[in-house]
Ligand binder design. Structure first.
Ligand code: ATP
Length: 355
């Protein structure tokens, strides 16, 4: 990454008129995406991700605000005059054309010299790992291969930024995971800014340099994957990226009284909302003592998931806490449904929201 701005949105609002009513799809989004960055817009269905992306591409005009590409205001510039390309979930390949012709299409249209087309298409098919399959038709290829053709076709024009809207949505889980790694490798190799729209948390965590988590037309948090997971800004972010295990209450002396025990929140007083991730919690038979957070509960559900087991533990106040325990070869079965247990975790694993 160069640190230079590739894409800037300044307080962008998008309103639609729907059945005589104004719907705000995007309610004021400000973003600054760097050149060469892999940036994701993540959020649930209807939060405004696609609308935001379409304003970057120029398919939608903002109701308010500015869109800048590489430092220039392009708010009123049509899509074909913007130096970005977009890849969709439906690959939109030409079915009657070979892989080679699909990828070469844009270059031919622009009357690029034959020799250059041959070189660029060849290079691009190497990068997406499709060399040797030039003569195939799209229908003779798997979903993952078709998606790579679509990617090659978008990249061969050398856009300065590539916008990808749920491009892996149609693939099954295994293939999708393999393609996530591939996409990241390709992005690194071509060095182009990627803006990626997804509702899949793992996908965003796997690939992104930074993620903007969107909810209801607004960005709730913009940060690196690790910070999004470990330091969620809001309860929404904590719950959308993994399991939030929220605990709320009044802290006194850096402690929250919960379920016959305590949650340590050093340095915090008054009303707090705490999140603790399931893999940070240990199940024990005894109170861990005052040096750690310890709360009592009853095991309500045990789900064996291969590499780990997920426990749902109900606290006396009705709060359910999820705990993941690794199924390492030397571990013993820790608890069963109906058992009364202690949950413990270290003080630094209570993350106080908004701190
Ligand atoms: P998904 O993951 O389902 O595609 P999204 O986060 O991309 O969702 P958008 O497609 O950006 O969400 O839509 C945001 C909101 O704007 C939704 O409530 C949607 O119904 C509304 N919306 C989008 N396009 C239009 C339109 N052309 N006319 C009216 N409302 C629209």
């Amino acid at each position: 990454m160069t640190g230079l701005s590739a894409i800037e949105l300044e307080d962008v609002v998008k309103e639609y008129l729907s059945h005589g009513e104004v719907v705000q799809a995007v309610k004021g989004v400000t973003l600054d995406i760097s050149e060469g960055e892999f940036f994701s817009l993540l959020g649930p269905s209807g939060c405004g991700k696609t609308t935001t992306m379409r304003m970057v591409a120029g398919f939608e005009a903002p109701t308010k605000g500015l869109v800048k590409l590489h430092g220039k205001d392009v708010t009123d510039v049509p899509p074909n005059k913007r130096d970005v390309n977009m890849v969709f979930q439906s690959y939109a390949l030409f079915p009657h054309m070979s892989v080679w012709d699909n990828v070469a299409f844009g270059l031919k249209q622009r009357r690029t010299p034959q020799e250059e087309i041959r070189r660029r298409v060849g290079e691009m098919l190497e990068i997406v790992d499709l060399a040797g399959r030039e003569k195939r038709r799209p229908r003779e290829m798997s979903g993952g291969q078709q998606q790579r053709v679509a990617l090659a076709r978008a990249l061969v024009n050398r856009p300065r930024a590539l916008l990808l809207d749920e491009p892996l949505g149609a693939l099954d889980l295994k293939l999708r995971q393999a393609m996530q790694i591939e996409l990241k490798r390709i992005q690194r190799e071509v060095g182009i800014t990627f803006v990626y729209v997804t509702h899949d948390q793992n996908e965003a965590l796997t690939m992104s340099d930074r993620i903007a988590v969107m909810n209801d037309g607004l960005v709730e948090q913009l940060a690196r994957p690790r910070d999004i997971y470990e330091r969620p800004a809001t309860a929404f972010v904590a719950g959308f990226i993994g399991t939030s295990n929220l605990l709320t209450g009044t802290a006194t002396g850096g402690e929250l009284k919960v379920g016959g025990g305590r949650v340590l929140v050093p340095g915090h007083e008054g009303e707090v909302t705490v999140t603790v991730r399931p893999e940070k919690i240990t199940i024990a038979a005894e109170d861990p003592g005052p040096e750690a957070s310890g709360v009592r509960g009853t095991v309500a559900e045990v789900v064996y998931l291969g590499t780990y087991t997920s426990y749902s533990v109900s606290l006396p106040d009705g709060t359910d806490i999820t705990v993941f325990q690794q199924n390492a070869h030397d571990s013993v079965a820790t608890a069963e449904r109906g058992d009364s247990v202690w949950l413990s975790w270290r003080a630094q694993h209570s993350y106080v929201m908004g701190s």
